[in-house]
Design a protein around this ligand. Structure first.
Ligand code: SAH
Length: 268
């Protein structure tokens, strides 16, 4: 197996993607790392408590919710320097909106090995919850992960009104309080007011997941009524509702006339 347990002399911090919420949506590698850990710093605002059930009873647990960046880095650094098995447990996948470079840099500088274990990102959990495919032949073959500009700036070329011009599927993170901006950006890009939108709140969280289907014109109002203000994934795109449509281009992958590396065509 490529994942090596930490040797006695190695100082390391492992960034583990906790997945979207449900304890069994962490990867097997992530679970193993969590269950070996001596100390876990978890992002309590988004990591579901169930995921911590994989930790040992004597593992030190701390929520980073109230910490600033320096406190968070110090917490990890101090424990790693003591030779403890340290885990930073991040929601979804650590590479998305997770401040990974800022947190990892001082660890790198201190000669601490940083490992990253990927996780199921919330966009994928939301698509699964809603039973949607994000790509569809002749509709869109591209998915954009993005966010609306709030306090964190978004480069000009990536403003939602620009990205939406492509007409691809959009998975919009961190924007549950900016729904009017989403509607107006997509309409500026030429999308119809009646374009379908799916909002998934707390995707995969046991007993808390909610799926809301609406359209661009009613997005903000529908979420207000449902009291969805955070922890929500907004998905918009031309594939939504494809399972209910009768006319649909089929994927060529399973087309009998299409040969590929693993299967010969049967009828031509
Ligand atoms: N690294 C995380 C994203 C962190 S940013 C990931 O890969 O999923 C936080 C944003 O992620 C939230 O504002 C929300 O848009 C989304 N999010 C995280 N968990 C979610 C969940 N269980 N359901 C829906 N959206 C979620």
């Amino acid at each position: 197996m490529s994942h090596r347990p930490q040797s006695a002399t190695e100082r390391s911090v492992c960034f583990v993607g906790a997945g979207p919420g449900a304890a069994d949506l962490i990867t097997v590698r992530g679970r193993d790392c969590v269950s070996r850990a001596d100390a876990i710093l978890y992002a309590g605002s988004l990591v579901a408590p169930e995921v911590l059930s994989w930790a040992r009873a004597d593992c030190e647990l701390a929520d980073s919710k109230g910490m600033d960046l320096e406190q968070l880095r110090d917490w990890l650094l101090q424990r790693a320097l003591q030779g403890l098995q340290v885990v930073r447990l991040q929601p979804g996948d650590p590479s998305l909106y997770g401040a990974l470079p800022e947190i990892a840099q001082p660890l790198d500088e201190a000669g601490i090995t940083v490992r990253i274990i990927p996780g199921v990102t919330s966009a994928m959990a939301a698509a699964a919850a809603a039973g949607e495919s994000l790509t569809l032949p002749e509709s869109t073959q591209t998915v954009i992960f993005t966010r609306v500009e709030g306090l964190t700036p978004v480069p000009a070329s990536e403003q939602l009104s620009e990205l939406a011009k492509h007409g691809t599927t959009l998975c919009i993170y961190l924007s549950a309080t900016l729904l009017d901006k989403i509607s107006s950006a997509l309409q500026t890009a030429g999308w119809s007011k009646t374009a379908p939108v799916v909002v998934v709140h707390k995707a995969s969280w046991p007993g808390e997941e909610r799926i809301l289907r609406t359209d661009l014109a009613h997005l903000a109002e529908a979420c207000r009524e449902a009291q969805i203000q955070s922890q929500a994934m907004v998905i918009a795109g031309p594939t939504l509702g494809a399972r209910q449509r009768t006319e649909r281009a089929q994927s060529r992958l399973y087309d009998p006339s299409f040969s590929h590396a693993f299967r010969q065509a049967t009828n031509g």
